[in-house]
Design a protein around this ligand. Structure first.
Ligand SMILES: *Cc1c(COP(=O)(O)O)cnc(C)c1O
Length: 410
């Protein structure tokens, strides 16, 4: 067991992250809010500094050297995203401002493709950003939103999914991994069954991409979306993968520069993929840094990451459960390194505040997933989410801090 951990040299990895040296309230920072945003390695920070220091320019427009260098770097980054997700074509990768933006492009794009009475299916485990844009789509079109329910363990009830599917189903959308509970959803089965009734599928990969390397062709998924800031990249940039035929079918989301072929006051024709969905000056630096982040994660290796994080999950689960009155929400066998928990009779916010005084960053609240909290009839949870740069010693510090909070609050 010790040997497996050695495959990923966590002490060496920690040196890549400048922020992990800092103190919070006089204690070494323990960063366990990775499901909200990940920390940034020096290579990614360097890519950002390099861009603004050496070749900051607008892309796709200028003939001058800086503009060409910036354009090349941006398009290389797109190719890195394409390779990482194994998309067939680089123009099937739209660079967006993040998962939320990507979902809105698709949800808005379906407005003219749905009719009253059509059905679209969501899972009970969703982040608000994979619920609200679809509710807005239903308001515009008269389509009906159906929900795949979940059980106490935080797993989807797949037999109910079977019953929900019909020839009325036009779209199915679910996350790959739940940000609130860590459940890994059976997306292969969800996709195959949706396709049998002719429905398209969007997978929200915001929470899976930090842990898993998805293969969009093997999955045969229609749309896959993610944010760079959850996988060691900067905020404000993300991706939308769409199968070429779907991206051609959807209208542009925004009008503006970059997304046109020709503009007159009588009529405008749109540019081809991917530019049709990339109106205006994009987050050029962010896109380039996104590519650097993927390089960094791949240099560590997703198999190593998953194996190490699973050990942290097992260790953290066992240690936390030794605290009397502590309940973990989301107990699927198929889950990633997220532990959502509460102390009996104590508000999660109070625990989070005390734990922060001890230098430990956890998330408290509903985690943008209020329906899950309603299911458990709780206001929220304390969520500790582990990354490959965390250690067992940090988990020990969390356990001690939670014990202390419990003593002070009960
Ligand atoms: C974080 C997250 C989102 C939203 O991502 P943004 O970067 O805020 O757009 C959506 N879905 C899941 C599962 C997430 O974890």
């Amino acid at each position: 067991m010790q040997k497996e951990i050695d495959m990923l040299d966590v002490q060496k990895i920690r040196k890549d992250f400048p922020i992990l040296n800092r103190q919070v309230n006089g204690k070494p920072l323990v960063y366990f809010d990775n499901a909200a945003t990940s920390q940034t390695p020096k290579v990614v920070i360097d890519a950002i500094v390099d861009y603004y220091s050496n070749y900051n320019a607008n892309i796709h427009r200028g003939v001058h050297t800086l503009s060409q260098e910036a354009t090349d770097a941006y398009e290389i980054a797109r190719n890195k995203v394409q390779q990482h997700f194994n998309a067939m074509h680089s123009y099937e990768i739209i660079l967006t401002s993040g998962t939320t933006h990507s979902i809105n492009i698709v949800a808005t794009g379906f407005t003219n493709l749905l009719s009253e009475g059509d059905e679209i299916i969501v899972s009970a485990l969703e982040h608000h950003s994979n619920i609200v844009p679809w509710q807005m789509l239903c308001e515009r079109t008269g389509a009906i939103l159906k929900v795949i329910p979940m059980n106490e363990e935080g797993e989807l009830l797949m037999d109910v999914y079977d019953q929900l599917l019909s020839d009325k189903t036009k779209l199915v959308f679910t996350n790959h991994i739940s940000n609130a509970l860590g459940t890994i959803n059976p997306i292969e089965e969800i996709i195959t069954k949706a396709h049998k009734v002719g429905a398209a599928v969007l997978i929200d990969g915001a929470q899976s991409c930090p842990h898993i390397k998805p293969d969009v062709q093997a999955l045969d998924v229609d749309f896959y979306v993610a944010s760079a800031h959850k996988l060691c990249g900067p905020t404000g940039v993300g991706m939308l993968y769409g199968k070429e035929e779907w991206l051609n079918k959807l209208p542009p989301y925004q009008g503006g520069g970059e997304m046109i072929e020709q503009v007159t006051f009588e009529k405008t024709t749109y540019a081809g993929l991917p530019h049709k969905f990339e109106a205006g000056t994009p987050n050029i630096c962010g896109g380039i840094a996104f590519g650097a982040a993927l390089d960094y994660m791949n240099s560590i290796g997703f198999d190593n990451i998953a194996q190490y994080e699973n050990e942290l999950l097992a260790y953290g689960t066992q240690k936390l459960l030794e605290i009397e009155g502590l309940r973990i929400y989301g107990t699927s066998k198929n889950k990633t390194s997220v532990i959502s928990f509460n102390l009996e009779g104590i508000h999660p916010y109070d625990v989070g505040t005390i734990v922060d005084k001890l230098g430990i960053a956890v998330r408290t609240g509903h985690h943008c997933a209020q329906p899950i909290m309603d299911f458990y009839k709780i206001p929220g949870t304390i969520r500790a989410s582990f990354s490959f740069y965390n250690t067992k010693e940090e988990i020990d510090a969390l356990v001690e801090a939670v014990k202390k909070a419990k003593m002070m609050l009960s």
